[in-house]
Design a protein around this ligand. Structure first.
Ligand code: NOJ
Ligand code: CA
Length: 700
């Protein structure tokens, strides 16, 4: 009898363990987060929006090397609830002030058998959830190696996804719109133009930010925030169950992350709304990043810039001084090929153009020796970052630019030899200081050195940040190309002013270009993590005589103008050649006038893959600028101007596609209209297929 009672008690106790797993939930308006342990002691969470499942029950945890599992057998030690509501001012941004308003649930877990500790912090906002793992300081877990992060995001249905392949080395892809169940990146990977490197190991993998739309019209965005000392998170897609699982970019020997407790992982972010526009105005990712570590930020300036770059991209000029590294004369000197764009005379032309058109910077690529054999060689000792070609006079250009009030922008292409760049970095930045450069564009074309590392793994991720921190010591801002996609770190390191990390306008120069709806998807994907150096403003959209006579951008001229507003960046290039701008001086006026730093932003209307219309108020002014772009379809928009101040009058200049203009026909046709508007006005705009409109609204 005693034995039977004992069995019954044991059974009841174990049932109790199974059934009495307590759920902890946090609500913020329509967003609800629920955390619990399942029957195996595995941490699980789910997210709802009103009554709708956004993330169904999904597992959390890790596998470490040496067969250590941190994914089950946990008990909850305690749970802390807290509240946070503060407003902060970004150094540069889309808005002047950002409210950071969330409820936090911090769960302290311990593994029964091993005694190991793991905390999970959830922050619940009005527009989504962020969570991260925290490894507290503890005896039994000091140094450890992550072999898998097992975080799941189990979706509630076969949503429509806007995705690019899960490439360890590149984000430079066209977006595919498909159902989750149809995701297969193999044909895209096989047919893509790359920049000497492409590593996709899993045909069912995608990059984040991943943009999703449900059949019921909910918009969901999955990404990460504050990616520091940890690899980028990609997602493996289970097409049958619509489940997504974190897939971390590995290192050269297949491990994911080398950690030392105490350590906090990046935040995993889920943004949700029933309005697409709310996804674009979300500040959840920035809010999950730490405040600026740079105290005096007065030297961090927004800027528009021009450069000798498009003439190189389109074949009129080039980076190289000589054709080949061994194109030398009897004295061993390089023989000039006559197409070197980065020559003092040509650069002065760009400085003059910048000074005359309210453009603050001039970027010069190809100024330093090494370009004859940099491409795809995977060797070290290509560039030393301080030796100019004989026709580029650094001092003369410094003085000339200073006289004209223009900033020179340094270019440090590393050819992905990150170790070499780190060896030279102080020398390179001292050189910049000496010659008045306050801004650098870095580049990571090709396969990474240390060999075997990937662009988005832990080592390189650390490298990009080391460069940004070093740059801050020299009061230099950084625009990183081919680096990992951003995760809001521009809040913490505001001198990381922009990144490329996506497929820019440049693909029109060396591939079949970007699809007509590309720029309507970018704000919902790549730009969720931070500003993009997309290089807009191409006015000559077809009829290139040089490298490829069939080149044609899938855009109208007005769409190129609108991109200055729809693609946020405090660093924006006016990418075309001065002569192409001078052919349309009246349209160039918009680029001269448009600011790149803002006090306020209204997402007027947006739908991924279809259209984006945004109004922004210039920093420290009462002037507004509107950008509207469309994908494949033409559109007639009526914009309610009630965002303007009451009882004030404004002079609007409207740049719109001329009748009969679209991305295929008469691309450069536009009309410019001047009208007075107030906050009671409705502004009508007509966009051709693949076209756009730009409006400047200046308070009278
Ligand atoms: C690729 C970059 O995206 C581009 O802007 C740059 O001109 C080339 N690399 C050369 O560095
Ligand atoms: Ca690039």
């Amino acid at each position: 009898m005693k034995i039977k009672i004992a069995i019954l008690i044991t059974l009841l106790l174990s049932l109790n363990v199974v059934f009495a797993q307590k759920e902890y939930s946090v609500d913020f308006q329509k967003v609800k987060l629920i955390f619990s342990l399942d029957a195996k002691g595995t941490p699980v969470y789910k997210v709802l929006y009103g009554s709708k499942d956004i993330i169904k029950t999904s597992r959390l945890g890790f596998k470490l090397t040496e067969n250590v599992s941190l994914n089950s057998d946990f008990k909850i030690l305690s749970v802390d609830n807290s509240r946070f509501d503060q407003t902060w001012k970004p150094v540069l941004g889309e808005v002047g002030k950002i409210r950071n308003n969330y409820k936090q649930l911090l769960v302290h877990l311990q593994q029964n058998n091993s005694g190991k500790l793991l905390d999970i912090a959830f922050r619940v906002f009005a527009d989504g959830v962020g969570f991260r793992y925290v490894f507290p300081k503890q005896q039994d877990l000091k140094y450890f190696i992550v072999s898998e992060e097992e975080t799941q995001f189990n979706l509630a249905g076969d949503h429509t996804a806007f995705w690019i392949p899960g490439d360890y080395d590149s984000n430079e892809y066209e977006y595919t719109k498909s159902k989750i169940s149809q995701i297969d990146n193999s044909s895209i990977v096989a047919s893509s133009t790359d920049i000497c490197v492409r590593t996709v190991k899993d045909a069912s993998s995608v990059q984040t930010p991943l943009m999703l739309k449900t059949t019921e019209g909910l918009y969901i965005n999955i990404h990460e925030a504050a990616q520091i000392n940890y690899p980028a998170m990609q997602l493996h897609v289970d097409k049958a169950s619509y489940g997504l699982t974190a897939s971390l970019v590995p290192d050269a020997i297949g491990n994911k992350a080398y950690l030392h407790a105490p350590f906090s992982t990046p935040w995993r972010t889920i943004i949700v709304s029933d309005k697409a526009a709310d996804i674009l105005s979300s500040k959840l990712i920035l809010n999950l990043n730490e405040p600026s570590v740079i105290k005096n930020t007065s030297w961090i300036k927004p800027m528009k810039f021009v450069g000798v770059w498009w003439e190189m991209q389109t074949g009129k000029g080039g980076w190289n001084y000589a054709n080949l590294a061994d194109s030398t004369d009897a004295k061993g000197q390089l023989i000039p090929n006559g197409k070197h764009s980065a020559n003092t005379k040509n650069v002065k032309r760009y400085i003059d153009f910048a000074a005359a058109n309210n453009i603050q910077g001039v970027l010069v690529e190809g100024w330093n020796v090494g370009w004859e054999d940099w491409f795809g060689t995977w060797k070290e000792h290509v560039f030393d970052f301080v030796t100019p070609y004989p026709d580029f006079n650094v001092k003369e250009l410094q003085l000339y630019a200073a006289k004209k009030g223009v900033q020179m922008i340094m270019h440090n292409e590393t050819a992905s030899s990150a170790t070499e760049y780190e060896r030279y970095i102080d020398t390179a930045y001292k050189f910049m200081k000496k010659f008045g450069y306050r801004s650098v564009k870095t580049g990571y074309v090709g396969k990474v050195i240390p060999r075997g590392e990937f662009h988005d793994g832990q080592w390189m991720t650390d490298h990009y940040l080391r460069v940004v921190k070093k740059a801050a010591e020299y009061k230099v801002t950084v625009d990183a190309h081919e680096a990992v996609r951003p995760t809001g770190l521009n809040r913490t390191y505001p001198n990381w002013i922009a990144s490329e990390a996506g497929r820019g306008n440049e693909y029109f120069a060396f591939s079949h270009g970007n699809p007509v709806n590309h720029e309507t998807i970018l704000p919902f994907t790549r730009l969720m993590g931070g500003p993009m150096d997309y290089t807009p403003g191409i006015f000559k959209l077809s009829n290139y005589a040089d490298a490829d006579p069939n080149r044609k951008l899938r855009s109208t001229l007005c769409k190129q103008l609108a991109l200055y507003v729809t693609l946020y960046s405090p660093l924006q290039m006016a990418a075309d050649l001065p002569e192409n701008y001078m052919a349309h001086k009246d349209a160039l006026k918009f680029i001269s006038d448009v600011p790149v730093d803002w006090d306020d932003t209204k997402i007027i209307d947006a739908e991924p893959g279809e259209y984006v219309t945004i109004a922004r108020k210039g920093k420290g002014t009462n002037n507004w600028f509107i950008g509207a772009i469309t994908g494949e379809d033409s559109r007639a928009l009526n914009i309610d101007m009630s965002f303007l101040d009451k009882n004030k009058k404004y002079a609007a200049v409207v740049y719109s596609d001329a009748p009969g203009t679209d991305y295929l026909t008469n691309q450069e046709g536009y009309v410019i209209k001047k009208i007075d508007v107030t906050n009671k006005s409705t502004l009508s705009l007509n966009l051709g297929k693949g076209g756009g409109a730009a409006v400047s609204i200046i308070q009278l």
